[in-house]
Design a protein around this ligand. Structure first.
Ligand code: URA
Length: 248
């Protein structure tokens, strides 16, 4: 099937400049398609088949973009907010042009792994309640987390609205005045981690998501930083059916 798009629209979507800047570039003979100088900014090209060079830079075309962000506290997981900064506001210029949206939400005070993409199908697969995609969190909790809590979480706990959660895997890293834990969930109810700990009388002091399905947060990303997924990382998300538990 032919998959052509207007040259000026394509280049502006991929961050080569505004439509008028691109028109100028074409007029000045600075854009080539498969080695031939492009004559008309409104011409149609097939970006999957043609090598397009503008201003000396080759277009790295991809239909969908997948970005891993280490979400910082203080920004909302949305594309727009009238008052608050959003995760989309944090995208660097070269990624901001792709109409990315967050696949899922983290609370404003939660940090960690957030996937942003323009691939609606993948986002749907990760978020569908039927798929039970595993998500792993690091939670710092006030007070001692005990083996009783581990047992309660493995049965499922009853939240403040009467909902009984699915079984969840709680791992105690260190128990003390403040306890370090990891928690693996297969569903995503509103404020679920915080409400599960509340159900056993405990308060989450700090929360960070560290894994979605097989995809682990790149810990070299500082809060607020992001990067595109590698092909291998993308395969981890696309390859499985999302229902398996990852290794602990
Ligand atoms: N559970 C929570 O309580 N908050 C989040 O941001 C994610 C899971």
């Amino acid at each position: 099937m032919k998959n052509t798009v207007r040259l000026d629209k394509l280049l502006s979507n991929f961050g080569f400049g505004s439509r008028s800047e691109i028109k100028k570039m074409v007029r000045n003979g600075l854009v080539t398609i498969d080695g031939e100088v492009a004559g008309d900014p409104s011409m149609h090209v097939d970006p999957e088949k043609s090598v397009i060079v503008a201003n000396g830079r080759t277009l790295n075309y991809r239909k969908f973009v997948y970005v891993m962000m280490n979400k910082p506290a203080g920004v909302v997981s949305a594309t727009y907010d009238a008052r608050l900064r959003t995760v989309v506001d944090l995208l660097p210029e070269e990624l901001a042009c792709f109409d990315l949206f967050p696949a899922g939400r983290l609370d404003i005070d939660t940090e960690g792994l957030l996937l942003l993409t323009n691939d609606g199908q993948l986002a749907h697969n990760l978020l569908s309640p039927k798929k039970h995609v595993a998500k792993r969190y690091y939670a710092l909790v006030a007070g001692q987390v005990t083996e009783d809590d581990v047992a309660a979480f493995s049965e499922g706990v009853v939240l403040d609205d009467g909902y009984k959660t699915m079984p969840a895997e709680l791992i105690i890293i260190r128990s003390g005045l403040r306890s370090e834990t990891e928690l693996v969930l297969h569903e995503g109810k509103y404020h679920q981690v915080k409400r599960m700990f509340e159900a056993v009388g405990k308060k989450v002091l700090y929360l960070k998501r560290i894994q979605i399905d097989g995809l682990r947060l790149d810990e070299t990303l500082a809060p607020g930083e992001c990067r595109e997924l590698t092909p291998e990382e993308l395969e981890l998300l696309k390859g499985g059916d999302g229902s398996h538990l990852f290794d602990t």
